[in-house]
Design a protein around this ligand. Structure first.
Ligand code: AHR
Length: 482
């Protein structure tokens, strides 16, 4: 009934490391009071929260998107450079709050450098201009003797930042976006931005805005396709119901495959390979919470595990993904003035980003399934999913082939699941099994109880053929030295 067959010798594709990416936005307490808190005894002399930085470093974040999100569509980057006390405070239309601009481009780049993440900047297509985007790129990446390059040097940054990834606006299709547009307008503007930004720096990669509307996506692909490298997709899901939450891993998968089909249908597909950047995704349905501080539960962490396992298997189509978001606002990490705790969504990354290899190997899964009729929180659109798997798995190996990682998520809430596992050519060994779970699907961590949902490591016997019982509502990585 339940079986997993792995062939570690047969590499099927490389796993893009950027699928484990994150996103920080000037929203609520994500930046201020999250990763950056001047004057806090927990911060360093630059204002970076040291405890947050340590937790972030644990995840080895490969790519960090900034400054929004909706915020990007009314952000003027020049407000955020130079002496901090001279930077103007501005009213942010997106989240209706005051932006002090004390965390800007230089602080963001410094943060990326410190945590080892590739920066990914989203430019302002709402109240901004092409000129402003070009100046930002020049400030970051320029090497010539020009005004904005010299400004960066004047502020103490002699070497170019080499920002490779540039988002051409954020969710420009939506009424909630400052100066939103129709598909024709956006496609034309995105083309101009991507084209001229690449003239200034041909090494950059550009990400155009995609969405659930196939007409929008096709228009964007057809018109701006020659100048873009990725089309973005955003996915927010979840509800109080366990299966309605975790099953949407497969709704997301369907949507990504649908977008891939459109890419293949577009005119540009003959000439260039455009990929998908899932540059915002998470559980988000408790809108009433202040500053979007969702109190994540184990079920939300298992959804995240499912997404990461799915992305490991389709990272040739979706090589970039960014959890929205890293701290406090829809945050994987929750801070208070005197410390922090890690949510089940963080734990999903800790498990799968830290215990996985760079190459995907052949895997076959047999599982029981279920059907579900649910409703998407945001659009209120009903969804129907048939034959949703109770277990899912991916197997990856390290570059040198010496380590095998078998990740298995057991979504089944009611029972543990006994799985017959075959690993071709594997001798008998003791392996480590890292198990993410908790007392029930609604379990949460908190300041007082930070480890209710946690990863425990146990030793298990493995071989070419063995059975393993996976706990209900859990995700396990079996790590084997070969
Ligand atoms: O992540 C929160 C918000 O969700 C982002 O600002 C926006 O892009 C999306 O609608």
């Amino acid at each position: 009934m339940y079986s997993v067959m792995v062939n570690p010798g047969k590499i099927t594709k490389a796993v893009s490391r950027y699928i484990y990416g994150h996103f920080i936005e000037h929203l609520g307490r994500c930046i201020y009071g999250g990763i950056y808190e001047e004057g806090s005894p927990l911060s360093d002399e630059r204002g970076f929260r040291k405890d947050v930085m340590e937790a972030v470093k644990e995840l080895k974040v490969p790519i960090l998107r900034w400054p929004g999100g909706n915020f990007a569509s009314n952000y003027h980057w020049e407000d955020g450079i130079g002496p901090k006390d001279q930077r103007p405070a501005r009213f942010d239309l997106a989240w209706r709050s005051v932006e002090t601009n004390r965390f800007g481009t230089d602080e963001y780049i410094e943060y990326c450098r410190e945590i080892g993440a590739e920066p990914y900047i989203c430019v302002n297509l709402g109240t901004g201009t092409l000129d402003e985007a070009l100046r930002w790129l020049e400030y970051c990446n320029g090497e010539e003797n020009t005004y904005y390059v010299n400004l960066r040097r004047k502020y103490g940054h002699m070497e170019p930042y080499g920002v490779k990834f540039w988002g051409i606006g954020n969710e420009m299709y939506g009424e909630w976006q400052v100066n939103h547009m129709n598909a024709d307008e956006y496609a034309k503007i995105a083309k101009e931005y991507a084209k001229w930004m690449k003239v200034l720096d041909p090494s950059i990669k550009t990400v155009a805005v995609g969405c659930d509307d196939p007409e929008w996506n096709l228009r964007v692909l057809d018109v701006s396709g020659p100048h873009i490298d990725y089309i973005s997709y955003h996915f927010y899901t979840g509800s109080e119901d366990y299966y309605e939450t975790v099953s949407t891993v497969y709704l997301l998968k369907e949507r990504l495959l649908g977008l891939k089909k459109l890419i293949d249908m577009s005119r540009v597909s003959q000439k260039r390979q455009i990929k998908i950047a899932l540059d915002e995704w998470n559980v988000w349905y408790r809108v009433a919470e202040e500053g979007l501080e969702e109190p994540y539960e184990l079920k939300d962490g298992l959804f995240a595990c499912g997404v990461l396992i799915t992305l490991q298997k389709m990272s040739d189509i979706v090589p970039i993904a960014n959890l929205a978001q890293l701290v406090n606002a829809l945050g994987a990490i929750h801070t208070e003035s005197d410390g922090l705790y890690l949510t089940p969504v963080y734990k999903a990354f800790e498990l799968l980003a830290n215990h996985s290899g760079q190459n995907l190997v052949e895997t076959h899964i047999e599982t029981e399934t279920y059907d579900i009729d649910g409703r998407m929180f945001f659009t209120k659109t009903p969804f129907e999913l048939r034959d949703v798997p109770y277990i899912d798995a991916s197997a990856t190996v390290s570059v040198d082939g010496k380590k095998l990682y078998l990740a298995v998520v057991n979504y089944k809430k009611e029972d543990a699941v006994k799985v017959s596992i075959t690993i071709k050519g594997m001798g008998e060994k003791i392996a480590r099994a890292y198990v993410l779970s908790g007392p029930d699907v609604h379990a949460r961590n908190s300041m007082d109880h930070p480890n209710v949902v946690d990863i425990v490591c146990e030793q298990i016997k493995v071989g070419s053929q063995f059975t393993h019982t996976f706990k209900p509502f859990s995700c396990t990585v079996i790590e084997i030295e070969r």
